[in-house]
Structure formats: C-alpha cells, structure tokens
Ligand binder design. Structure first.
Ligand SMILES: Nc1ncnc2c1ncn2[C@@H]1O[C@H](COP(=O)(O)OP(=O)(O)OP(=O)(O)O)[C@@H](O)[C@H]1O
Ligand SMILES: [Mg+2]
Length: 294
C-alpha cells in the first residue's frame, strides 16, 4: 500500500465574514497542496495572502468553508489527526509566570509524557534551542527571540512526525535564525516532515525541498525548489585559483561559439547574513580571548 501523504489539502476555501460588509473575505481560494512524508515544504507569500489560515485549516483550528485537509490520511476535523503533529503558531501565547523549563515540561505533560523521559526531554530541548542558561527564568522576562525558541521546543516535545512552523524565525536575530535553520535540517535528517512559512526567502531556499507561492489566497506556483529556480538556458561555473591565462582562454573559447554568450564574470558575492555571522563570530572569539588573557 502506498505511504499516506503527510499533508493533503484538497480545494481548500476559507471565507471570513467582514463586519458591515455583505461580501465575505476570501482568505484562501481553492488551494490544493500535497506534502509527502520526509519533505520540507515552504509556503511563501505576502502579508495577508492566506499562509496562516491554510495552516490553521490543516490543523483543524479553523473550519474550511469548502474543501478538505488531512494529515497522514486522517481528516483534520478529527482530533486524532493531530496525534503526530507539532505546531509553532504565528503569535504563540505562553504563561508568563512559568520558567522556560516549566513551560516545556507543561507541554510535555499535555502530550502524556511523564517522569525521567520527560525530564530528559526538557533538558535536551533546552540545550537544542540554546536556552539552558535561561531555563529557570520566567517567560515574562524572555525576549521575542527567546520566546520563539521556547515555542519551537514545545512544538517538538513529543517527537511528532509532522512539524508545522508558522514563521519560526520571526523576531529572531541572524545567529538564532541560522540555528533554527540547522534545527530544521536536523529534523529533515531524522525523516520528519516540516511544513513552514516564512518571509526569509533565503532561508526557505536553503532548507526547503518544495515550495509553494500563495498570492491573495491562491496558490500561484508550486513544485520542487530546484525545478522552480533553475534558469534552464544558463550555466554557472565557480572556479577557485583560476589564473588570468585560464580565464582568458575560457573567454576566447566561449567567444568562438556563436550560440553561447558570456553574460557575467567576477567574484561571487557573499550575503549580508554570512558577513554578519563572520564578523560577530570573529568578535565573540576575540572577546573570549581578551577574557582569558586578562
Ligand atoms: N479570524 C479571522 N477573521 C477575519 N479575517 C481573518 C481571520 N484570519 C485571517 N483573516 C484574514 O484572512 C487573510 C489571510 O490572513 P492570513 O493570516 O492567513 O495571512 P498570512 O499569509 O498568514 O499573512 P502574514 O504574512 O501577515 O502572517 C487576511 O486578509 C486576514 O485579515
Ligand atoms: Mg501569517
């Protein structure tokens, strides 16, 4: 028997009533989207395009106007469809008086975890999201990025097979974003399915193998990332240590072919993110050195 799809959304439509208006707001218009087990799928789109609504309908948190959603073959209207799902909402709400460790423990207990295995999990997740040193501080004093990390930890506390992340890097600094990206890589290695949406397109490009673009409630483009972004009639070489002579020979060779044209040459640019990380890591290392020699 074929493996059930992790996510199967068929012709999803969601309308919201609008106050004082007779016309309803069509937040999601006939969206169909499938995610196979083990895939990392990124949904991208402008503000208000229907990303969160699609995710909420999949999770059974909003009732579809029409269409169906299912998770591992189970209809999202049924509670047991959520047994194997972890979710990080867009604006997670936490009990501010609980500490980081207590929060993860609380969510673990909600998922039926107890005893030593729960305690081990709490410590493992605090370490994974980089909050071990803040584990006894109350969430009321956590920064936005720290809250986001706690949100991520609670989403994976019961080791779900499908993880749905609504803007996991919102409010997180570039180093934290990179750690979250690495965490998604780790989840993928473990064979988990990840369905995320984000405005950080560069990161979506790095972690996702499938991408969907949603615009005004409609899925306007969808497919394997590699296929979507390949510029089919162009070829890229990135050389290291190439001499001027070799480059001149290559250019001559290309010029001798009438069908090919050299469009651009030069040094590849780094990204602002890589530059930021390089400089902050350098700074952290030199600060540490200063501390030890003092
Ligand atoms: N509960 C609701 N009641 C009324 N309208 C809603 C509700 N939830 C969402 N909407 C509307 O549906 C549309 C899609 O919203 P949604 O939150 O899904 O967008 P989004 O793509 O997640 O945007 P963002 O990138 O800003 O998070 C928006 O116009 C929004 O105002
Ligand atoms: Mg949203």
């Amino acid at each position: 028997m074929a493996e059930a799809l992790a996510v199967d959304i068929q012709n999803l439509c969601k309308e919201f009533p609008t106050p004082m208006r007779t016309r309803k707001l069509q937040a999601v218009k006939n969206v169909s989207l499938q995610i196979k087990q083990g895939e990392v799928y990124g949904l991208i789109g402008p503000n208000g395009s229907g990303k969160s609504t699609t995710m909420k309908a999949l999770l059974g948190l909003v009732e579809p106007t029409s269409g169906t959603c299912s998770i591992f073959g189970k209809n999202s209207r049924k509670t047991d469809s959520r047994n194997d799902v972890g979710f990080l909402p867009e604006n997670p709400y936490f009990y501010k008086h609980l500490s980081g460790a207590e929060t993860i423990r609380f969510y673990g207990k909600l998922c039926g975890m107890r005893g030593k295995s729960l305690e081990d999990k709490v410590n493992e997740l605090l370490d994974l999201v980089g909050l071990t040193s803040a584990k006894d501080r109350r969430l009321g004093g956590y920064s936005k990025g720290m809250l986001q990390r706690i949100g991520l930890a609670q989403a994976i506390v019961q080791d779900p097979k499908l993880i749905i992340l609504d803007e996991p890097t919102a409010g997180v600094d570039p180093i934290g974003s990179r750690e979250i990206r690495d965490l998604v890589f780790k989840l993928r290695e473990q064979g988990k399915t990840v369905f995320l949406c984000s405005h950080l397109l560069e990161q979506v490009q790095e972690v996702c193998d499938h991408v969907g673009i949603i615009f005004e409630g409609q899925l306007v483009k969808e497919g394997r990332l590699e296929d979507l972004i390949a510029v089919e009639d162009q070829t890229e070489f990135i050389l290291e240590g190439a001499s001027e002579e070799l480059l001149a020979q290559m250019e001559q060779l290309i010029a001798s072919h009438s069908s090919a044209k050299l469009l651009r040459k030069g040094n590849p640019r780094t990204t602002l993110e890589s530059l930021f990380l390089k400089e902050t890591i350098k700074q952290t290392a030199s600060n540490k050195e200063g501390e030890t020699s003092a």
